[in-house]
Design a protein around this ligand. Structure first.
Ligand code: CO
Ligand code: CO
Ligand code: CO
Length: 307
């Protein structure tokens, strides 16, 4: 499985008990510090394995580097950031490949395993489920502001920590509780990844804007014009599938569409298990454990956004 429903990773059954889970992700620097760029890229690549409820085992580095423009020390720091993050995830880096390129790029191809009976897809959300998000939104806005130099070092560090944080504990918690569906929130923003899940599951949902976890200062920075171009694209592409309460401003809508790098897991969990899941997420200190809405039977709008 994988391509048909646009799931986070490809899953290939090897035996009745074990399936291979594979994914690849790489991108250009989102922060200036090469070590943290490496750590974020690795956390982001591993995230698609976690979103499937799987356990990552091995990874291969993928790097592009302008070796005539930048010293090899910079590349070494990027790889060290990725190595340390993989080690934190108990993942072994077994190889990789680097090419010469004008702009640095880094990421990983990751392989994991899962029981074929316990794969968490993005296509099995059920009416009555609650929607839970495990990291705050706003990193697209924050990284835009970091590049523009309009953000405090404290706020920048917080965004960096959020992006570099593994979705491991969130994934382990959801597997323990048993959930209906999951995906990770990345480039299409919360709105895009939620709509993909709803479409694949043939259901609708209602979310409450006031219940969304947000990085401190994200709203203020968005108001100052730090919204990335990707948020406008996401809103244009996915916004028409949503019914917006008139109280929600253009800014609110853009926050919902803010592209995330290494965002949290978006989990659809049966109502009777949501308390257990949120308690476990809090105990394991995920960056957020917010109940943001509810899944409904297919309605006139795929997604309804309340203030
Ligand atoms: Co994904
Ligand atoms: Co991905
Ligand atoms: Co080679």
């Amino acid at each position: 499985m994988g391509i048909e429903t646009g799931d986070d990773a490809g899953v290939y059954r090897l035996t009745d008990d074990i399936a291979l889970v594979q994914t690849v992700d790489f991108f250009t620097p989102v922060v200036d510090d090469p070590y943290w760029f490496g750590a974020i890229a690795a956390a982001n690549a591993l995230s698609d394995i976690y979103a499937m409820g799987a356990k990552p085992l091995t990874a291969m580095n993928i790097a592009a580097f302008p070796s005539k423009k930048l010293s090899n020390e910079v590349l070494a720091k990027i790889l060290k950031g990725g190595y340390d993050k993989a080690a934190e995830a108990d993942v072994l880096i077994v190889g990789g490949h680097t090419i010469d390129d004008n702009e640095p790029k880094y990421g990983m191809a990751v392989t994991g395993i899962v029981s074929p009976r316990r794969v968490v897809t993005n296509s099995a959300a059920l009416p009555g489920d609650r929607l839970v998000l495990t990291k705050p939104l706003g990193v697209g806005i924050l990284t835009t502001a970091i590049k523009a130099g309009t953000v405090s070092s404290r706020a920048a560090a917080r965004a960096t920590r959020s992006m570099a944080s593994l979705n491991r504990t969130a994934a382990e918690s959801m597997v323990r509780v048993g959930v209906s569906a999951c995906t990770d929130v990345t480039g299409f923003g919360l709105i895009g990844h939620l709509i993909q899940m709803l479409r694949a599951s043939k259901v609708s949902a209602i979310i409450r804007f006031r219940d969304l976890p947000l990085l401190p200062t994200a709203r203020e920075l968005a108001g100052d014009g730090m919204t990335p171009g990707g948020a406008y694209h996401n809103l244009e592409f996915f916004g028409k599938d949503a019914e917006w309460d008139a109280k929600l401003s253009e800014l609110d809508r853009l926050i919902l569409a803010d592209p995330q790098t290494s965002g949290g897991l978006l989990i659809s969990v049966p109502d009777k298990k949501v308390g257990q899941l949120v308690a476990l997420l809090k105990e394991r200190k995920t960056l957020a454990a917010s109940v943001i809405g509810v899944v409904t039977a297919p309605g006139s709008a795929l997604l309804t956004v309340e203030p």
